[in-house]
Design a protein around this ligand. Structure first.
Ligand SMILES: NC(=O)CC[C@H](N)C(=O)O
Length: 383
């Protein structure tokens, strides 16, 4: 991906979309070239959590907030062991980070991890373009990637962008998930054991469960139904993750549904549950990414402001209960911006999921109650 890790400085850089639109700016982070799906995030804070969220694997993230990097990078807020975004696009990065926890600048961290970025471009124009035309492939080029007059040759660069793989049809969980099972111990008294399938899990997710007395066994994406039940779980958790849910193997999800074990899924996990129930998934035009998305919990009528990062969604009817191979299902949550399905619930089994991020890293904590719902379901099964 990266050709060089020289300091980016003010080297010229160009961002080229697959439809030929281009933006010229300066290199940010590593110098070189990178490709991915161009998506935009509306979060004004929490860039460290965004960068290290494995769900962003193969995506070039455009930040709509113009100032990014103000609080630097700290040693506490990573959501995984590395930055996962394929590229990073910022209007006006902070020149000097300032925060009591900051250890280094964002620019330095991107450079250290070889993440190619671009700054100084009109991110509002780029976002409007993506909103109108939809998410599409993109390339960022700087340094040697622009040698021999390539900076001015959009046609050649566009052709290279079109060679990059599409997000539709991409099966990526195994590329980001743990290869070994690990255990996150319960904080305080252990009340439950949960088998969490790592499809691209963020660090805060098992933490939120541990805080509720759950011992979390985080299993590789390739785990089998037998692996899941070997843990002796009171409940099963399906994580978030990158890629197209249509490519995922549903054997484990169906195995858990058949046994009727309490099940909670988020994001990619919601999409897998939806597919296992027989609903379709489809690609949204430009997706939901940010920490300010309004969602309604239809069971209480309450509106919560939530953290999102999804480009696909479940296709389930909003206006009626559906019959599925595992009993009756309903859409439990809906996005108030566009009526996209944001949650599913089975009426006859202890099973539910949401399309967003209740672990809230970074993000508002409005959805924390969902982890309590999960513990209540596990408690109910014991009674
Ligand atoms: N955060 C996620 O789990 C994302 C799920 C899926 N990759 C999507 O884009 O919709």
């Amino acid at each position: 991906m990266t050709l060089s890790t020289r300091g980016a400085g003010k080297a010229p850089a160009v961002l080229v979309l697959e439809d030929g639109r281009s933006f010229r700016g300066r290199a940010y982070g590593a110098v070189g070239e990178t490709f991915g799906e161009a998506v935009f995030s509306t979060g004004m804070t929490g860039y460290q959590e965004t960068l290290t969220d494995p769900s962003y694997h193969r995506q070039v993230v455009v930040m709509t907030a113009p100032h990014i990097g103000n609080t630097g990078i700290n040693d506490e807020d990573d959501e995984s062991g590395r930055i996962w975004v394929a590229g990073y696009v910022v209007r006006d990065p902070a020149r000097i980070p300032s925060n009591w926890r900051s250890r280094r600048s964002l620019d330095e961290e991107l450079l250290r991890q070889g993440v190619v970025g671009i700054s100084g471009i009109d991110t509002r124009a780029l976002t409007r373009h993506l909103r109108e035309r939809g998410a599409m492939r993109v390339g960022i080029f700087s340094g040697d990637a622009l040698a021999g007059g390539a900076l001015d040759d959009d046609t050649a660069l566009t052709a290279r962008v079109k060679e990059a793989p599409l997000m539709k049809g991409a099966n990526l969980s195994a590329e980001v998930a743990t290869t070994e099972t690990y255990v996150v111990p319960a904080v305080g008294t252990k009340r439950f054991t949960v088998a969490a399938l790592d499809l691209g899990i963020k660090g805060m997710t098992p933490q939120r469960m541990a805080e509720r007395g759950i011992e979390v066994h985080v299993l590789p994406a390739t785990a089998t139904v037998e692996d899941v039940y070997a843990v002796g779980p009171d409940g099963v958790f399906l994580s978030n993750g990158p890629g197209d849910p249509a490519t995922a193997d549903l054997t484990v999800v169906k195995g858990v549904l058949e046994r009727g074990t309490p099940l909670f899924g988020i994001c990619f996990g919601n999409q897998l549950l939806g597919r296992a129930l027989g609903f379709g998934t489809y690609k949204l035009k430009y997706g939901h990414r940010g920490i300010n998305q309004p969602v309604q919990d239809r069971s209480t009528g309450k509106v919560e402001v939530t953290a999102h990062n999804h480009g696909f969604a479940v296709d389930a009817p909003l206006d009626r209960i559906s019959d599925t191979p595992y009993g009756r299902a309903e859409v439990s949550h809906v996005c108030l911006n566009d009526n996209v399905v944001e949650g599913l619930r089975l009426l006859d089994r202890p099973v539910f999921s949401v399309q967003y991020h209740p672990e809230a890293a970074a993000g508002p904590h409005d959805a924390a109650y969902l982890f309590d719902r999960f513990t209540s379901l596990m408690e109910g099964q014991r009674a």
